[in-house]
Design a protein around this ligand. Structure first.
Ligand code: PLP
Length: 454
């Protein structure tokens, strides 16, 4: 297709997610047609190569162009592109993947249900917990607590669990079954004099006050990402999980660890739960499960949750829940090849070591800029937060515009980072296979772009 034809069809026909639809349709904002990818780089139709320091949407964990995964997908498509997984059906790939996921998950996890993406996996999680509490004879215990700045998807329930205004505004969300509590965001704490430990204690106290106000008998679960992702790439303050988990246990509130970003190595451990000593009842997985070579997600349930689900189907019959594409064979084949590759290449370890190098390089290259308030991260996740005035902790107005300009300037210089959707935060989540030299390029380009814009 000619470029002008492609552009015309794009403007006329395609509603892109998270896009200004009016500007796109009128041709007022740039579009981009991506044609290839290899390692940490993507290439557009004009042949411009870009170092993708956000791995797509923090999902291409093994990097682009992995032939082992492409071949596994092609083999599966030739042999059997599709069969459903209802009433006990499966494929060698889906059964093998379930086994491999459980081998890697924390000890007490029992089984995995496969979906398509992180949003639908979180919808599944909520349904399963509601089902469990009906089986357990506590039909009022249904509400879910999430955190402000959490990101859990953009469906009706998953979008309600998300704690970011752009995902609620004008959609009549959040639904009333969802409550939000304090974001564990130390850099933006309200009381600057608080230590990290004091702030963590306050987050736990805020959670407990909410539970007591609403009644523990009305609250089923607490959902959280081990490290806040889309809300700003914010690792928890010291002592956070140690303070939060006892509150949940005391009130018999189950924990959903949303590991869509942190699962399969991003923090330098196989799961974020392992990294922070979490004991979740359900773990959400997606992205890194297949490194996005095909859509697939999962809900891993613990022994405790499975015991209730088993009791439920023993009394009520088969579970009334399933998607046509649950455990899609092509996604499962991609997942098996991807998890093997992560092991073979030692990518979990690389995420830890090169991730630390990336953060150190960012701190050195950009940390001294007067408009940089914070450089933070964990494993292969990093963020640079911009401030109008560092000492006064004053932020830019309107929020987000400055990070957007810096990210655009970085792209012109060949590196993709992400302006996070709320606040002036430049986010980094490169492939876990990033090299030390690539990490240094990312840091250098960030510093250059900051200098050019601010
Ligand atoms: N949960 C987390 C932590 C995420 O980061 C995302 C997506 O970024 C989701 C859920 C939603 O996943 P999906 O976009 O695949 O529906």
């Amino acid at each position: 297709l000619r470029n002008d034809q492609l552009d015309a069809w794009d403007r006329e026909s395609f509603l892109h997610p998270s896009t200004h639809w009016g500007q796109h349709a009128r041709g007022e904002s740039p579009n981009a047609i991506i044609t290839g990818g290899s390692g940490s780089f993507i290439e557009d139709r004009d042949g411009k190569r870009l170092l993708d320091a956000f791995a797509g949407l923090y999902c291409v964990n093994v990097g682009y162009g992995r032939t082992q995964i492409a071949e596994a997908i092609a083999k599966q498509a030739h042999e059997l592109a599709y069969y459903h997984s209802y009433v006990g059906h499966g494929t060698e790939a889906s059964v093998t993947l379930a086994h491999m996921v459980l081998e890697r998950a924390p000890e007490h996890m029992s089984k995995v249900y496969f979906g398509l993406g992180g949003s639908d996996a979180n919808e599944t999680n909520v349904k399963l917990l509601w089902y469990c509490n009906n089986i357990l004879g506590r039909p009022k215990k249904k509400r879910i607590i999430s955190r402000w700045r959490g990101y859990h998807g953009s469906g009706l329930v998953s979008g309600s669990l998300t704690g970011l205004d752009p995902f609620h505004r004008a959609f009549d969300l959040p639904l009333s079954q969802v409550l939000h509590t304090t974001a564990p965001y130390y850099f933006r704490r309200e009381k600057p004099e608080q230590s990290e430990a004091q702030f963590s204690a306050q987050c736990a106290a805020d959670l407990e006050a909410l539970i007591e106000r609403e009644g523990a008998d009305t609250i089923a679960a607490f959902i959280a990402e081990p490290v806040l992702g889309t809300g700003g790439i914010v690792p928890p303050p010291k002592g956070y999980w140690e303070a939060i988990q006892p509150v949940l246990e005391k009130h018999d509130i189950w924990l959903i660890a949303d590991e869509v970003v942190t699962g399969f190595g991003r923090l330098g451990t196989m799961f974020g739960s392992e990294h922070y000593g979490l004991k979740p009842d359900i773990i959400t997985i997606a992205k890194g499960l297949t490194s996005a070579y095909a859509p697939l997600s999962g809900s891993i349930v613990s022994d405790k949750v499975f015991a209730v689900l088993e009791q439920g189907t023993d009394t009520m019959g088969p579970i009334g829940h399933g998607w046509t594409y649950s455990a899609h064979p092509i996604g499962a084949a991609a997942g098996v090849a991807n998890l093997k590759l992560i092991d073979e290449l030692g990518l979990v370890e690389n995420a830890g070591t090169v991730g630390a190098h990336l953060r150190a390089a960012l701190a050195e290259a950009a940390g001294g800029h007067p408009q940089v308030g914070d450089v933070r991260g964990e494993g292969m996740l990093a963020a640079v937060e911009l401030v109008a005035d560092r000492d006064a902790r004053r932020f830019f107005d309107p929020a987000g515009a400055t990070a957007g300009k810096v990210v655009a300037a970085m792209r012109e210089r060949g590196v993709i980072a992400r302006a996070m959707p709320q606040g002036d935060i430049i986010g980094f989540a490169p492939p876990l296979s990033l090299s030390r030299e690539e990490a240094e390029t990312v840091a250098g380009v960030t510093a250059e772009a900051l200098k050019a814009v601010l």
